[in-house]
Design a protein around this ligand. Structure first.
Ligand code: HEM
Length: 496
């Protein structure tokens, strides 16, 4: 009985406890669910709060937005916006939203990103594909372009550079014979013409260089006309005269390359040059490049290096003409490193021309030819606590990073010797990025240094330069690469 009672008691107690437990559990579940729900709602709200878009610079002009102010003086525009809004901000131009990432920390987002997230083809292909052609660069998925870049790198090696120095020195000496003993001439024009010749000699091989006459130079100019604001903004099928010229030039130049490839193949000759590298190259899966790809890559190589190197060389000339003491130091360095008699240049001596190298480095700091690198945000991206929405054109500007007040001492001063001392920006990974960084980094840096140092060594040995009546060219912002405005220089042959 007691047992029973006990059992009954236990049962009653059990039922009571069970009932109590059920209520407690129900209550607890309700509370938990409520708390979970409320927290989720709060968290969601919090997350939404964190997902702040970058500050947007307002404009009262529909569609065009800030195009006029930016077009007039992009550096000033961006520096002002940086002071006002910080390193990450957006604004609208011609119906597109641009988000700039200024300074080393913000720029890291672009340089460390995957191409699937911040995409280069989406922004560049429209401009480059009609010029380079199909099957190369931004017309192919990025992993394929990366393989093509590897082939480029194989072709740009030290053994080739040794030959390039001789070719470039000879082309430069021959070209500048027309300048005579002294006068005033357009330096940028001359260097642009020269660099088509040197780049063609070095990168295309003797067959193609042999065909480079005035007609072909005009074809390059027409092709190059494809890199215009119009081409970037308007559909490429529009029947504009400049688009037609570009497309005709593309077809004609490709024919020249096809002929050169055919000639090389038929001759059975194996020349140690860039054309051969591409003719021998294969993708990872063993497939060789077809003639169309080889031709497209050769066009790409020439044009990628053409404007970048010619503007840089021209600006360097003006910086040297402005600072005659520096120019004389560079001339003295030629004699100190190469010998009083100034024998023909060679690659090893070129490497030792460290002042000339620092002048080039400093020119690339103050006048980097690529003012903006761009990507399309295909997924939302976070920088400096802001979420950049899909569809924004994400930009990094070497020009602005190279002169940020907080990173560079005496930021607008041309001072090649700043690299001799502790450089205040050295700790900042992306404060100096004339050749970009990450997966899209330039593969032409070493070639560009060899080319520009050889050209300037030859010129410094031949002439003394000075500004015409103290005029230092202003920046021509109307071209996609910022060229010198009215780039006339005064020169006089050096007396030995
Ligand atoms: C002073 C000379 C040069 C400068 C300042 C320069 C600058 C640059 C920059 C900033 C980029 C990165 C673009 C981006 O991230 O959107 C780049 C990429 C590239 N450059 Fe250069 N470049 C120069 C010369 C050359 C030359 C001589 C060649 C070829 C021989 C070349 C071939 C390339 C290629 C293939 C890429 C890769 C583009 C990509 O992966 O998306 N560049 N260059």
């Amino acid at each position: 009985m007691s047992m029973h009672l006990y059992q009954m008691g236990v049962k009653v107690l059990g039922e009571t406890v069970h009932q109590n437990l059920t209520s407690v559990l129900l209550a607890a579940t309700c509370v938990t669910l409520t708390v979970a729900y409320v927290s989720k709602v709060l968290l969601r709200a919090g997350a939404r709060g964190e997902e702040k878009a970058p500050p947007h610079i307002p404009s009262s002009i529909p569609f065009l937005g800030h195009a006029v102010a930016f077009g007039k003086s992009p550096i000033e525009f961006l520096e002002k916006a940086y002071d006002q809004y910080g390193p990450v901000f957006s604004f609208t131009m011609v119906g597109k939203t641009f988000t700039y990432l200024l300074g080393s920390d913000a720029a890291a987002l672009m340089f460390n990103s995957k191409n699937e997230d911040l995409n280069a083809e989406d922004v560049y292909s429209k401009l480059t594909t009609p010029v380079f052609g199909k099957g190369v660069a931004y017309d192919v998925p990025n992993p394929i372009f990366l393989e093509q870049k590897k082939m480029f790198k194989t072709g740009l090696n030290v053994a080739r550079f040794r030959e390039h120095v001789k070719l470039i020195e000879a082309e430069t000496a021959a070209y500048f014979q027309r300048w005579g003993d002294g006068g005033e001439r357009n330096l940028f024009e001359a260097l642009s013409e020269l660099i088509i010749l040197t780049a063609s000699s070095c990168l295309h091989g003797k067959e193609v260089r042999g065909m480079l006459d005035e007609r072909v130079a005009q074809l390059y100019a027409d092709l190059d006309g494809g890199f215009s604001h119009a081409a970037w903004l308007l559909p490429s099928w529009l029947p504009l005269p400049s688009f037609r010229k570009r497309d005709r030039a593309h077809r004609e130049i490709k024919k020249i390359f096809f002929r050169a490839i055919e000639k090389r193949r038929k001759s059975g000759e194996r020349v140690d040059d860039f054309l051969q590298t591409l003719m021998d190259a294969t993708y990872k899966d063993g497939r060789p490049l077809d003639d169309n790809e080889i031709a497209g890559m050769l066009i790409g190589l020439l044009l990628a290096g053409q404007h970048t190197s010619s503007t840089t060389s021209a600006w360097m000339g003006f910086f040297l003409a402005k600072d005659r003491t520096l120019q004389e130091r560079c001339y003295a360095e030629q004699k100190a490193v190469c010998g009083e008699e100034l024998p023909p240049l060679d690659f090893d001596q070129l490497k030792d021309l460290s002042l000339l190298e620092r002048c080039l480095k400093e020119t690339l700091r103050l006048r980097p030819p690529i003012m903006t690198m761009m990507r399309m945000a295909r997924t939302p991206q976070t920088a400096a606590g802001f979420t950049i929405p899909v569809g924004h054109q994400v930009c990094v500007s070497p020009t602005v990073n190279h002169r940020l007040r907080d990173a560079w001492a005496k930021r607008t001063e041309f001072n090649p010797d700043r690299y001799l001392h502790d450089n205040p920006a050295a700790g900042e990974k992306f404060a100096y990025v004339p050749f970009g960084a990450g997966r899209h980094r330039c593969i032409g840096e070493n070639f560009a240094y060899v080319q520009i140092k050889t050209i300037w060594s030859t010129l410094l040995r031949t002439y003394e330069f000075e500004l015409v009546d103290g005029y230092f060219p202003s920046i021509n912002y109307s071209t996609m690469i910022h060229t010198p405005h009215n780039p006339v220089i005064r020169y006089r042959r050096r007396t030995p």
